[in-house]
Design a protein around this ligand. Structure first.
Ligand code: 9RB
Ligand code: ZN
Length: 384
């Protein structure tokens, strides 16, 4: 079958990150005004509303989530981490996943299992050929979570759990991750750092989060050497810089690696209106990024792409970024256009600047380290 899968569930909006002053604990006595945590349901709920109201929902194949099993989580995470999230979630008012910025609401353990299991279901439907591609509108996000720690609003690494499942259960051997969230996909990178069967590519704003993470010199290790790529773009990078990075690094790396499937960590926090990033993408930029990956996937792996939702915190704008990705994946246009396009067009009209070009060119020098199926097979022979 062909078509685009779409997964959502109201429980994802019930993952309660509570009050915060954006990130810090509110403290009225010290003048820290209570507000919502940045990672709250709003942007996600509004994407779903727009997908519904635009009529696009009728052109997508519904995929239902199910909770990931403990065994599925433990393919990637330590038993201690799983037990920690479970224990925090059981507290009457919840707790934190690890770094003090990643709230675990009461019951969030079960919602995090549903998020990881949701991504498994979308990617598995793609792997089985039931849909060509699919989008999992899941929450909490995952790309910062390492094997042993939750961080950066992430509890379990939804993508990593999905990759482990695809490889163990569905015979998908080589998987590439394209992470365009504005923050470094450090968790996914670290989990597969020595694994030549997974290529992780992260485009992000340099040193945005986590601190001191995502440099081009982080390139994989041991058998995985060459199979982690980072493009730490300077603040202010817009569509010109991102598309240069796609054309010079991301797409050539995919062509060299020859994945059986491509997973996208899709954050919309590189948008020009985001409070947690300083990049300048428009909604239309996300359509262009998606189209680039789709063209590569068509060439390399029968179009197989599964997208997992990550960050994105501008409630007025994220829905149009999401709609752009889903319209592009499905090939269906709704007729709804980005209402802020004219407003943001002037801000983001800059050409490719030298510091942006320099980072991309540095990352491109690492392309010879990305090897395809032959080397992956050779490594497997050595280790068997
Ligand atoms: C640190 C602080 C952050 C900042 C941004 C994120 C975004 C995550 C995301 C998470 C945590 C503060 C390191 C405050 O959207 N990922 O995709 N924490 N920032 N204080 N300190 C020491
Ligand atoms: Zn982010």
């Amino acid at each position: 079958m062909t078509g685009t899968g779409y997964l959502h569930h109201p429980l994802f909006y019930w993952h309660d990150t509570g009050t915060a002053a954006g990130l810090p604990q509110p403290n009225p006595l010290a003048g820290v005004q209570p507000f919502l945590h940045f990672e709250n349901p709003d942007t996600k709920r509004r994407i779903h509303e727009l997908v519904h109201v635009s009529g696009l929902l009728d052109h997508l194949h519904p995929v239902a989530p199910r909770p990931a099993t403990e065994q599925e989580i433990l393919r990637v995470h330590t038993p201690e981490h799983l037990a920690h999230i479970q224990a925090q979630s059981a507290l009457p008012k919840g707790g934190d996943a690890g770094d003090g910025f990643s709230p675990v609401g009461h019951g969030s353990y079960d919602i995090a299992l549903l998020a990881a299991g949701g991504m498994i279901e979308v990617a598995s439907a793609v792997a089985r050929g039931e849909i060509t591609n699919g989008y999992a509108l899941i929450r909490p996000p995952g790309h910062h979570a390492t094997r042993e720690l939750g961080m950066g609003f992430c509890l379990f690494n939804n993508l990593a759990v999905t990759i482990a499942h695809l490889q163990a259960e569905l015979g998908v051997e080589r998987i590439a991750v394209v992470d365009w969230d504005v923050h470094h996909g450090n968790g996914t990178q670290s989990i597969f750092y020595t694994d030549p069967s997974v290529l992780t590519i992260s485009l992000h704003q340099v040193n945005c989060f986590p601190p001191d993470s995502g440099w081009t010199t982080e390139n994989g290790d041991g058998d995985g050497a060459g199979h982690a790529l980072n493009i730490p773009l300077p603040p202010g990078t817009g569509p010109a810089g991102y598309l240069y990075a796609m054309d010079q690094v991301v797409v050539p790396a995919l062509d060299r690696f020859q994945p059986d499937m491509i997973l996208i960590a899709s954050g919309f926090d590189a948008s020009v209106l985001d409070p947690l990033g300083r990049q300048m993408l428009a909604a239309s930029s996300y359509a262009e990024l998606t189209a680039r990956v789709m063209a590569a996937a068509d060439r390399l792996c029968d179009g197989r792409i599964a997208v997992s939702h990550e960050g994105g915190y501008a409630p007025q704008y994220v829905p149009y970024c999401g709609l752009a990705v889903l319209e592009t994946l499905s090939g269906h246009t709704t007729g709804i256009t980005d209402p802020l396009a004219a407003v943001v067009a002037g801000w983001i009209s800059e050409p490719l600047l030298d510091p942006q070009r320099a980072v991309v060119d540095t990352a491109a020098q690492l392309l010879p380290g990305v090897d395809g199926p032959t080397r992956v097979a050779a490594v497997a022979d050595q280790t068997s």
